[in-house]
Write a protein that binds this ligand. Structure first.
Ligand SMILES: Nc1ncnc2c1ncn2[C@@H]1O[C@H](COP(=O)(O)OP(=O)(O)OP(=O)(O)O)[C@@H](O)[C@H]1O
Ligand SMILES: [Mg+2]
Length: 307
């Protein structure tokens, strides 16, 4: 029995001399809520576009629900719904027309109307159904792209930065809806720059950096593997001279809040507090925080280099 919804095998992608993906190899299990994270230019969209058959890999193969994206492109395409990062959308149709056309592309006729109506309702587009696409705002176009990706009820639903530039209301609707689809058994693949979103929603997380896979694990395992925690101090006076022993532990220092990054085993809070007292650094409050996915992300990607 095939348990992978998406199986990515040794994918390389060259754009001229740029090696955008360098041997990406992993599976996304069926029914998983999967996060694909990475800084700008890591190769996330390239990988998603290869999954969708929109970009041809230089080497390697991808299977969607056990259908090879190249050899069985039609079956693979039917198994996948992708919300693209770019808001490219044909401006000559109304919202309803474009959904009906997309539905037809998947061989679905009038019988799909109740589902289209439901999508319009969930995404709060019902009163825009007969509006021309070019008259919609950016956030509304994004809603249409979400509806388009789901028109054929694909088992695998991929969202490439769906909440970039989206208002709070749509973000909430989108997460409730994807959570609902996930509960119904759909596999969800999400890329986002809002790491707390991935931390809240995703069960497994892959991190890409400069075309390479730098982490892939269950979220809990990934978080536990990271040996740091944060000590947050509200200073009484921000004009301080930090002892040299603490200088390489500064995570951030904004206004009167000093945040130190401490190793769980090597740094003892007692000694840190002693060092602060000797340096006459006074604070009104302190608390510790376990590492967040953002910390893990920064430590594993080049954004943290030089820290
Ligand atoms: N059509 C293309 N032609 C040439 N280079 C490209 C093309 N598409 C992407 N690239 C390059 O490939 C690399 C990966 O780009 P990609 O869009 O996959 O990154 P990403 O992880 O999705 O980034 P972002 O977070 O900014 O969306 C980048 O260096 C990008 O400039
Ligand atoms: Mg991208």
């Amino acid at each position: 029995m095939v348990t992978a919804a998406v199986s990515i095998s040794h994918i390389h992608k060259h754009y001229g001399s740029l090696h955008a993906l360098q041997g990406i190899h992993f599976d996304i299990p069926k029914g998983c809520f999967f996060g694909l994270l990475g800084p700008n230019g890591a190769g996330k969209s390239t990988l998603i576009n290869i999954m969708a058959g929109l970009v041809r890999s230089t080497q390697g193969s991808v299977r969607i629900m056990d259908h090879d994206v190249r050899q069985q492109w039609r079956q693979a395409r039917y198994a996948l719904g992708v919300v693209p990062q770019e808001l490219a959308i044909d401006p000559f149709f109304t919202v309803y027309e474009v959904l009906r056309l997309q539905s037809g592309y998947f061989g679905l006729g009038r019988e799909n109307k109740p589902w289209i109506d439901e999508l319009l309702d969930i995404l709060n587009l019902t009163d825009k159904a007969h509006t021309n696409l070019q008259k919609l705002s950016g956030g509304m176009k994004r809603r249409v792209l979400i509806a388009l990706a789901l028109v054929h009820k694909p088992p695998v639903f991929v969202l490439d930065e769906p909440t970039a530039g989206v208002d709070v209301e749509l973000r909430k609707v989108l997460w409730e809806f994807t959570t609902h689809l996930h509960q119904k058994g759909h596999t969800i693949v999400l890329t986002t720059h809002y790491i707390e979103e991935a931390e809240r929603l995703c069960e497994q997380i892959a991190i890409l950096d400069e075309g390479k896979l730098v982490a892939l694990d269950d979220k809990a395992v990934l978080l536990a593997r990271y040996p740091y925690r944060l000590l947050r101090l509200s200073l009484l006076d921000r004009n301080i001279v930090l002892p040299t022993s603490l200088q390489d532990k500064v995570h951030s220092f904004l206004k009167d809040e000093l945040v130190l990054r401490l190793h769980r085993e090597k740094d003892h809070i007692g000694s840190i507090l002693d060092a602060l007292r000797i340096a006459n650094i006074q604070f009104s409050d302190l608390h510790t925080e376990e590492s967040s996915l953002e910390e893990v992300f920064l430590s594993l990607t080049h954004k943290d280099k030089g820290k």
